[in-house]
Design a binder for this molecule. Structure first.
Ligand SMILES: [Zn+2]
Length: 468
């Protein structure tokens, strides 16, 4: 036995360690307890992030698309979207095939590198993504061809290639930074690097969410006085007064309309694509778009998205740590090609769950817009015009909805308008409303539905308005 701080003589006889069986049991017990506590914390956080101001148990009526769209539009929009979805699926198969081959053979390339372990790992990461980009070029060009054929895009093929190559640069930057963090932590913490890496990645996501407006090209302030006035009133109504609105110039590339809400705090912005302001949408419809995007900001969807990202990254990074053990763990560059494959597979598997979260928040933004504008006719007309101008299938098949839909379908969005009308009609009058009146900073019309029990939530580069 030695006193605290007293060096231990390695030759002295000391009591032996507990028997391997007992010690093993204690270690496994502690590990199981930690995992249980972690899982409980994870579930609690997910529950908090899931909260919504859409009333519990709101039933959406099942609407018939043919009452809103012509048979020829339903046929052509379905065929338009199926092509893009199949193109996307093939592109995913190519992505997985390239990454699987790279995971098996990529480590051979490291022998040529003299950049040190972390430098070599970063080089392997960038090379992997360059190969992925090359493999996906044909599918990207096929999508441009299809959109041009349907007059949704007028982007040139060369411009499209250049743009995707520029986008690759930012992916390289992200991959390099992520690998640098993971590999440096793995050298210090060995297989537990992911515990420290997840909050660091979350910090980076928070920073990029804050800066997102400044990273969007070709934006200018909104000048239209009527739209500006609407935005000012709606921002006050939704409790995010002073939110600035910008216009992004995309008309050269696409005819599809869109909008998004980005950032938080002083850097929060609503961005309208100029294709939304070219006369195809009237003032009331644009007002609904503004209210929807302000709804994302009012319910903190940009921040909640960072929260969801942390919840995703914790188990994802743990699985990357687990599957790279055979290559010596993330401290070793030869583990990088395997790490890329594992991370991409986890992302693909998690996509349907991420879509559920995204649709949940989109529904809340739609609900928020209805409460702020009190204009269900404009909302209905907006969703219909959005479908027609972006050639979106209003009622896609279930498989496509589960795999790829980040927004409720157009028919679900129209159904929510109907549900809001029914909900508002049932609202009790004056006394109840007064009790539920929100703070003076967010005045609301007298017939507005009850104030939400809570409002919170997340989203990085809050989803665009148009259906996916
Ligand atoms: Zn949205």
């Amino acid at each position: 036995m030695s006193a605290a701080g007293e060096p231990i003589d390695p030759c002295a006889e000391v009591p032996g360690p507990p028997s391997p069986t007992k010690s093993g049991r204690v270690t496994w017990g502690l590990l199981a307890l930690t995992l249980l506590a972690g899982a409980a914390l994870w579930l609690w956080a997910a529950h908090e992030l899931w909260r919504s101001t859409v009333p519990d148990g709101l039933r959406l009526p099942r609407l018939n698309p043919s009452h809103y769209f012509s048979p020829s539009f339903l046929r052509s929009s379905a065929s338009f979207e199926r092509f893009l979805e199949i193109d996307g699926l093939l592109s995913t198969v190519a992505l997985l095939a390239v990454l699987a081959v790279y995971a098996r053979r990529g480590e051979r390339l490291m022998r040529e590198s003299a950049a040190g372990p972390i430098g070599t790992g970063m080089l392997l990461g960038m090379l992997g993504f360059a190969l992925v980009w090359i493999a996906q070029v044909p599918f990207g060009l096929a999508a441009v061809w299809w959109e041009r054929r349907h007059h949704v895009s007028h982007q040139g093929y060369v411009v499209s290639l250049v743009q995707s190559f520029v986008a690759l640069g930012s992916k390289f930057l992200f991959i390099s930074l992520a690998l640098l963090i993971a590999m440096a932590l793995a050298r210090a913490l060995r297989s537990w690097w992911w515990v420290a890496a997840a909050p660091l990645f979350a910090g980076l996501a928070l920073l990029s969410t804050f800066l997102s407006f400044y990273l969007i090209p070709e934006t200018e302030p909104l000048h239209n006085p009527a739209t500006l006035a609407d935005a000012r009133v709606l921002a006050r109504t939704e409790g995010v007064p002073g939110t600035r609105v910008a216009v992004q110039k995309v008309e050269r590339f696409t005819t599809a309309p869109n909008a998004e809400a980005v950032g938080f705090g002083a850097a929060r912005r609503v961005i309208l694509w100029d294709t939304l302001l070219d006369g195809r949408f009237d003032r009331r419809e644009v007002r609904v778009v503004l209210a929807h995007e302000l709804g994302h900001l009012a319910h903190h969807h940009t921040l909640r998205r960072v929260g969801w990202l942390v919840l995703f990254l914790l188990p994802a990074a743990a699985l990357v740590a687990y599957f790279t053990r055979a290559r010596g763990g993330m401290a070793r560059p030869e583990a990088v090609p395997v790490a890329l494959l594992v991370f991409v597979v986890i992302q693909l598997l998690a996509a349907p769950l991420q879509n559920i979260v995204s649709r949940h928040e989109e529904a809340e933004a739609d609900w928020s817009a209805l409460r702020a504008t009190h204009d269900p006719a404009a909302a209905r007309s907006l969703f219909r015009t959005l479908a027609i101008t972006s050639h979106a299938d209003p009622d896609p098949p279930s498989w496509s909805y589960v795999i790829g839909a980040t927004h409720p379908t157009i028919m679900q969005r129209i159904a929510m308008v109907q549900a809001w009308e029914a909900f508002t009609a049932k609202m009790p009058t004056d006394r109840t409303q007064n009790r539920r009146t929100p703070s003076p900073s967010s005045p609301v019309p007298p017939t507005r539905p009850p104030a939400p029990a809570t409002g919170r939530a997340s989203r990085h580069g809050a989803p665009a308005l148009a259906p996916q």
